[in-house]
Write a protein that binds this ligand. Sequence first.
Ligand code: NI
Length: 391
Amino acid sequence: MDTKALALQEKDYIIGLRRWFHAHPELGGEEVRTTARIAEELRAAGVEAETFPDITGCVGTLRGARPGKTVMLRADIDALPIQEADTSKPYASQNPGVMHACGHDCHTAMLLGAAKLLAAHRDEIAGTVKFLFQMAEEIGTESRHYVEKGCLAGVDAIYGQHVWSLLPAGTYNLEDGPRMASSDRFTIRIHGQAAHGSAPHQGHDAVLAAAAVVMALQTLVSRVNDPQNTFVLTTGVMNGGTRDNIVAAEAELIGTTRAFDKAFRKTIPDLIRRTAEAAAEAYGCTAECTYFFGPAPLINEHRDLNEIARRAAEDILGPGALVPMERQMGAEDFSVYMDAAPGLYGFLGCRNEAKGAASPHHADTFDVDEDVLPLGAAIYARFALDFLNAK
Ligand code: NI
């Protein structure tokens, strides 16, 4: 089956869907209409569609004519709390304050396109293709629901891809190794003792201790961490105190960490706790630390699978389409699936200045070169077929 030719025949269908999803964006966890439309399109194509009573999103299942392995293709479906800047576009968001500013409308449309063309040729398929339309990717922790529901049971490989505004339309990137960072959150409560601001010696200043903790935490990056190891620690929130003339009894710090190394990442909570407790103690305060593990680093660990995707993308996009790209410090909860099944993740260039698609992801002017969408659908389909046919 020539997935590229078939996908190009479905170009209007795919772009039409992308525009419908773009015009009707829904926030993570609230993708009710989006899910209904996905299930409707899958069923119309002859693909079984499973929805869930407690969460949004949908899983499609297409059984080929012959038995074989199971491959899963994943798209995320949620939008962002952003007001679209240009409301004059015919497909502009009709939901004020909500916008598909990351391209998940494109992912949904590409995967529906792939499902439609694969379903029309199920007699040529040996094995099962599953289509995972995941809710709430932007929240960062919700992909686990589909794993907990058993959706990945029996899946031999899972493939995901993101349209990427840093890459020109028609190019593709899928490299071995770490591609996106972990994204974890720490909270530190500093407990001191209140006193009048004119008599600081009678209290223990939690605001001063919090300032010391913020400074000390940066030394984890500069002094404790191996300079060869990428590590980001950002304290984004600092709250404390009640009045201008009262020594603060309480303060709170909230921050994020990013890393690519799984073993190192596991040590971060302890490093933060040790440092925060010692820095706070110097000021007569105590520090109470909590650490929340978000998405793990996204690592393309399976060279054989990576090769299948790269060959598929190069065949569809043409020679020279594979381009290098620095790994990204952003996170992607696709990494949760990679713990449940062998997984891989690629980036499909969608930037085209001439068509007004040059804004970064999450900008209120974000848009894509829609001509890449049928090609992305073809890559999804082609990966699935080549994986199922691989010895
Ligand atoms: Ni995204």
